[in-house]
Design a protein around this ligand. Structure first.
Ligand code: TXA
Ligand code: MG
Length: 320
């Protein structure tokens, strides 16, 4: 079964599609589904064989753990041990684009493969109605990395998932993702919150609760968040960042008004939120246009600009 449209505005078709997908999850199959950040490749987090299929399908190294999605903070508390700061963050940002990395509880039913054998688990409560309905209907926590082949930009549309992972997979299609960037990942060093991956929830917003965040180092020999390896998010085209203008032969990705003909536009209005939602689709579009070289305009560091610049820097570094 390929792409299945799911629209909460058509309740009976919606329920039928969710129920069918939930049965697939419960029987150990994979289902790609939308979240408010990016599309995820979902599997029953308690089923080792299903999780093995996730790693296989993505071509993902098994040392890189997955995020587990649950319907509520209450459900999360069965799986991981919260500290007081983590509780405050969950209250402020869940459901939404924030992932917390916390120690597993003694009775945590999630299979070790999801956490790549680590004593901690990355957990998130997604806000998207399709993700919520799927988790509730499946009745199990759903492990879901972004639904792309390892090393590619994350999918923000159902069609991206089909292009990346093939049409044999069931893909629930609810249109483009709102945020367009993966969740922000926060871990803890004792009681100090640590930014492991900038993402859909802006650092400034998190810092209103945590105070200044420590930032995980990018030491590839000992990554604190194993997925933060530099080779990530790369399109095929060669990227040049912080470019005020394109050079000859370069396709231009603009941020704000531009005179450049045929430029792709992250955000005419100069909004980092809008740019985040467009980023991965535009990187894919550049590849589709057959661009060999792409110049990207400077993006401000504030708001979601931090996460956008992080993804762009990784994409460019992967090519050196
Ligand atoms: O928005 C998102 O987060 C999307 C949607 C589908 O929820 N998911 C996503 O998953 O981006 P993925 O697998 O592409 O990225 C998960 C990140 C990786 O950087 C991984 O290393 C990190 O979370 N992570 C997972 N478990 C961890 C753990 N126990 N300790 C440290 N980092 C962890
Ligand atoms: Mg990913």
């Amino acid at each position: 079964m390929p792409i299945v449209p799911v629209d909460p505005a058509h309740p009976s078709a919606f329920r039928a599609a969710i129920a069918a997908a939930a049965r697939q999850i419960a029987s150990g199959e994979l289902v790609a589904f939308p979240t408010e950040t990016v599309y995820g490749l979902g599997a029953d987090a308690t089923n080792g064989e299903a999780l093995a299929r996730v790693f296989e399908t993505k071509g993902r190294p098994r040392i890189n753990p997955l995020i587990v999605h649950v319907e509520s903070a209450k459900a999360a508390r069965r799986l991981v041990q919260f500290n007081p700061l983590a509780l405050k963050l969950a209250e402020a940002f869940w459901p939404g684009g924030l992932t917390l990395v916390l120690p597993k509880t003694a009775k945590c039913p999630v299979h070790d493969l999801a956490s790549a054998g680590l004593p901690t688990l990355a957990i998130r409560v997604p806000a998207h109605p399709v993700a919520q309905a799927l988790i509730l209907s499946a009745g199990v926590p759903i492990a879901a990395p972004s639904a792309n082949a390892s090393g590619e930009p994350s999918p923000t549309r159902a069609a991206h998932v089909a292009e990346s992972l093939g049409e044999a997979l069931t893909i629930l299609d609810a249109g483009p993702c709102n945020a367009g960037l993966e969740s922000t990942v926060i871990g803890f060093d004792g009681r100090q919150a640590v930014l492991l991956r900038p993402g859909a929830t802006a650092r400034e917003d998190i810092e209103t609760i945590t105070g200044p965040l420590a930032v995980a180092s990018d030491d590839e020999s000992r990554p604190s968040s194993p997925g933060r390896l530099l080779r990530h998010y790369a399109p095929a085209a060669k990227l040049r960042l912080n470019a005020e203008a394109p050079r000859s032969g370069e396709l231009y990705i603009a941020f704000g008004p531009t005179d450049v003909d045929d430029a792709l536009q992250l955000s005419e209005a100069g909004s980092t939120r809008e740019a985040a939602a467009n980023l991965f689709a535009l990187l894919r579009e550049a590849d589709k246009r057959g661009a060999k070289a792409v110049a990207v305009a400077p993006i401000p560091a504030s708001g979601l600009g931090e996460a956008i610049n992080d993804r762009l820097a990784r994409a460019a570094a992967a090519q050196d």
